[in-house]
Design a protein around this ligand. Structure first.
Ligand code: ADP
Length: 356
């Protein structure tokens, strides 16, 4: 029978299938114990949304059975501790990863994808907030069915004893939602000058009582770079996701969005193709992502249920067990979480400084 440390050293070498690195290198082995011929292994994932638990468990089991034939059973458990940049400290935001969702132009499903990411990550066990920064067309309150709600104000006590005003986000099934739409009349158009927009976005991030979040998903206005610039000045974003539709003309706009994020130094987490199907075609965004060297996070078919649920304020029900797009949406959430986690688990060790 192997000792715990023999098991441990064997498992250090097992390759994690998503990242292609060993469990030892990725520091994912949280516990290894042999008890009465059964190997008990605990793997600590960098996010509950990490994909492919089955494949990881299979790789662990295969390694143990291959090297220690007298082990009679393998029990693999998973825990998860979300890793992140935690960069909002200077504005009082306690969020591990801030993710922006953008597009080159309107109408491609950016808000749908932002809301789906938020609901999906929550479904996968993460603490999530959804901030609608699409100040020109805030559609998140409508999609989540809370457009008649008004956030309440509260006072909080700061560590130094002083008090501050905070806005309490609206909760939808445990998801914290904030939007400029809550403060506008339904048909009110707003003209934002740059400095005012900057101030509004800053206030939304800083003055909302988000609590502790693993992910804050921000639905950006389409195209323009001013909100992105504000965000990149305020926080180190985990990155941006670009949503586009598959046809060539739409891809040109997506390429512009990618170049805008590059300019404002926001890392690109990947591209999502939305409305895949007979009307717009398929695969254009994937090919473009490959060409640009950006991860492709997945595709969402064009499906009436997406529009119907969004119109009915029930976008979260796209994750119901019988929803035709649930698998595709969860896949995108997992791939996005994987790309964020990659930044932490794959970061090369800092070279030791030599003072000359
Ligand atoms: P954007 O934020 O890019 O302007 P929205 O998310 O508001 O786009 O989506 C625009 C419209 O398209 C909405 O009515 C939405 O319900 C619909 N829609 C988005 N994605 C899909 C899809 N995959 N299938 C069908 N309708 C969709």
């Amino acid at each position: 029978m192997p000792t715990d440390s023999q098991l441990q050293s064997a498992l250090q070498q097992v390759i994690e299938p998503n990242l292609g690195r060993s469990l030892g290198e990725l520091k994912m082995l949280a516990g290894v114990r042999q008890d009465g011929g059964i190997a008990h292994v605990t793997i600590d994932l960098p996010t509950p949304a990490f994909p492919g638990r089955d494949r990881i468990a299979a790789a662990v089991e295969q390694a143990i059975r291959g090297q220690f034939p007298d082990v009679s059973g393998v029990d693999v458990q998973f825990t998860a501790s979300v890793r992140g940049k935690n960069t909002g400290g200077s504005i009082g935001l306690r969020c591990k990863n801030v993710v922006a969702v953008g597009s080159g132009k309107g109408g491609v499903g950016k808000s749908t994808v932002a809301a789906s990411l938020a609901f999906g990550l929550k479904e996968l066990g993460c603490k999530v907030g959804l901030m609608d920064a699409d100040v020109y067309g805030p559609s998140i309150p409508h999609m989540t069915g809370v457009d008649r709600e008004q956030p309440m104000a509260t006072k909080i006590q700061k560590p130094d004893g002083s008090t501050a005003d905070r806005i309490i986000p609206i909760e939808v099934d445990g998801l914290k939602v904030m939007s400029m739409g809550f403060f506008l009349k339904p048909d009110q158009a707003v003209i934002w000058r740059g400095p005012l927009l900057h101030r509004a976005i800053t206030q939304f991030l800083a003055d909302t009582e988000w609590g502790e979040l693993d992910y804050l998903i921000i639905d950006l206005p389409p195209g323009t770079g001013d909100v992105s610039l504000t965000l990149s000045q305020l926080l180190g974003l985990a990155g941006a996701i670009v949503v586009c539709t598959p046809q060539k003309v739409a891809l040109l706009d997506a390429v512009k969005a990618v170049s805008m994020y590059n300019q404002v130094k926001i890392p690109l987490l990947g591209i999502v193709e939305n409305m895949t199907g007979e009307i717009f075609g398929r695969g254009g965004a994937k090919a473009k992502a490959e060409e640009l060297g950006i991860p492709f996070l997945g595709e969402i078919p064009i499906d009436a249920s997406v529009r119907i649920q969004a119109d009915a304020g029930q976008i979260g029900s796209l994750f119901a067990a019988d929803s035709p797009v649930r698998p595709q949406l969860l896949h995108i959430c997992e791939q996005a979480a994987l790309e964020i986690a990659r930044q932490f688990v794959e970061a090369p060790a800092l070279p030791s400084l030599e003072i000359l």
